[in-house]
Design a protein around this ligand. Structure first.
Ligand code: DC
Length: 222
């Protein structure tokens, strides 16, 4: 039997930073499910498909194959129809498209088995929006990681400035609010805290403090 840790939460709560660190500390495979939705969104953007056109999107889904691989340093790489698209999926355009198209049932169905199967073959730490509620409802540990909208926007802004990307704090905050709205209000697998998830609000916590809090929770159930 393998352990599975589910970390869900809204955009910019720090899930991936924290999840990567914890996975390294406890030697688990890290699965960033958002990257899978982003790869699919990139496919639709490249094809010029409207993110609201559910019918057209469902028709295209059988032509899309997403898989994951890991480089020598254990970093996740997302492969879209044989192409490594990892460096191409972090733009705001892809973020918004991923949020829109992940609400479409055919898109979610295309990824569900892949995600579930990963938990059958190794100890994994998976982050996303619906991991504790849908993908791994029996996860060994569930965390719901959140932070205030203002803090999440500021973190994203700092991250982008550091990368030299031109951005605007107000616009980032607006985008985050819009993504939260879409992710929390869609009909299928909306973002919400699972009843048995441990709530962590990282607004006033450092990365190390959050890592420690999650590892402490894991020690309790191990
Ligand atoms: O975590 P992220 O920002 O990379 O995710 C991008 C989008 O993908 C997010 O706005 C909603 C969607 N997503 C989802 O619906 N379910 C998941 N498990 C992960 C992401």
């Amino acid at each position: 039997m393998y352990y599975s840790i589910a970390i869900d939460g809204p955009a910019g709560a720090g899930k991936s930073t924290i999840a990567k660190k914890i996975a390294k500390d406890i030697d688990f495979i890290y699965v960033d499910t958002g990257a899978m939705y982003r790869a699919i969104a990139l496919y639709f953007l490249r094809k010029g498909i409207d993110g609201h056109d559910a019918e057209r999107i469902a028709e295209e889904c059988p032509n899309i194959k997403v898989s994951l691989s890991y480089d020598e340093e254990g970093r996740q790489q997302v492969i879209l129809n044989g192409e490594n698209v990892t460096p191409l999926i972090r733009s705001e355009e892809v973020s918004m498209m991923a949020s829109l198209t992940s609400a479409i049932p055919a898109v979610r169905a295309a990824l569900l088995d892949l995600q579930r199967n990963m938990a059958l073959t190794s100890n994994i730490l998976m982050d996303g929006r619906d991991i504790g509620t849908h993908v791994l409802p029996d996860a060994s540990l569930k965390i719901y990681l959140t932070a205030s909208t203002a803090i999440r926007a500021r973190r994203r802004y700092d991250e982008m400035c550091e990368k030299g990307i031109d951005c605007n704090l107000d616009q980032i905050e607006k985008d985050i609010i819009e993504r939260d709205r879409q992710d929390m209000n869609r009909e299928i697998a909306p973002l919400r805290r699972a009843e048995d998830a441990v709530l962590i609000d990282s607004s006033d916590m450092s990365i190390d403090e959050v890592v420690k809090a999650v590892v402490t929770e894991f020690e309790k159930i191990k």
